[in-house]
Design a protein around this ligand. Sequence first.
Ligand code: GDP
Length: 198
Amino acid sequence: MEIITAEYNGSFAKVEDCPTTNLPEFAFIGRSNVGKSSLINMLTGRKGLAHVSKTPGKTQTLNFFKINDRWHLVDLPGYGYAKANKTVRAGFGPMIENYLLQRENLKCCFILVDSNIEPKKIDIEFMNFLGENQVPFVIAYTKCDRISKSKLGLNLMAIRTAISEHWETLPTEFITSAEHRTGREEVLGFIDGVNKNS
Ligand code: GDP
C-alpha cells in the first residue's frame, strides 16, 4: 500500500466521542516506550505524525489519523502505567477497554511488543483480554534492529509459549524496526488485505 495522505484527525477522550464514520480502523497499542510513535511514523512515512499524543501532561486520548481517506489508524495510549499489583483493568483503563469492546469500526488491534526484552505479564494479560472478548489482534515486534537473530528467536519463543498456555492458535506476527523500516510492507499489506475483504 502506498501512503498518499496521512492526516491527524483528532483526539478523543471517550469512545462515544470518536468520529462517526464507516472507515475501518486499526488500533496500535503497547507498553509505554515500546516504540509506538516511531512505528506509526515509519508506517505512514510522516516523521512527526504520532507526536501529538506525547505532549507532557496531556490527557490520555484516542488519537485518530486518516490514511488515504480510506482507513483510520488509531493511536491508543500506552498501557502498563498502573502499579504491578493492580488488576489488568487498572493497567489499561476504561477508556481503552471501552474503545476496544465497543468500537464497531475496529478491524484489528496491533499489539506492539519490544523484541529486545522478554514478554511482560501485562502484554500476555492484554492479549488474553482481547482473545476472551473476540477482538482481532496481531503482534508487531518492535526495535528488531537492536537484537541478534538468536536472541530475537528466544524472545519470540517465550511469548509464543506464554500465549499457547491459553490459546490454541497463535496470532499473526510482524517483525519491525522503525530504524531500518523493517516490516513496513508486511504491515501495510496486511491492512490492505483486511480492507479489501471488508
Ligand atoms: P512510544 O513511547 O511507544 O511511542 O516509543 P517511541 O517511539 O517514542 O520510542 C521509544 C524509544 O525507543 C525512543 O528512544 C526511540 O528512538 C526508540 N526506538 C523506537 N523504535 C525503534 C527502532 O525501531 N529501533 C531502535 N533502535 N530504537 C527505536
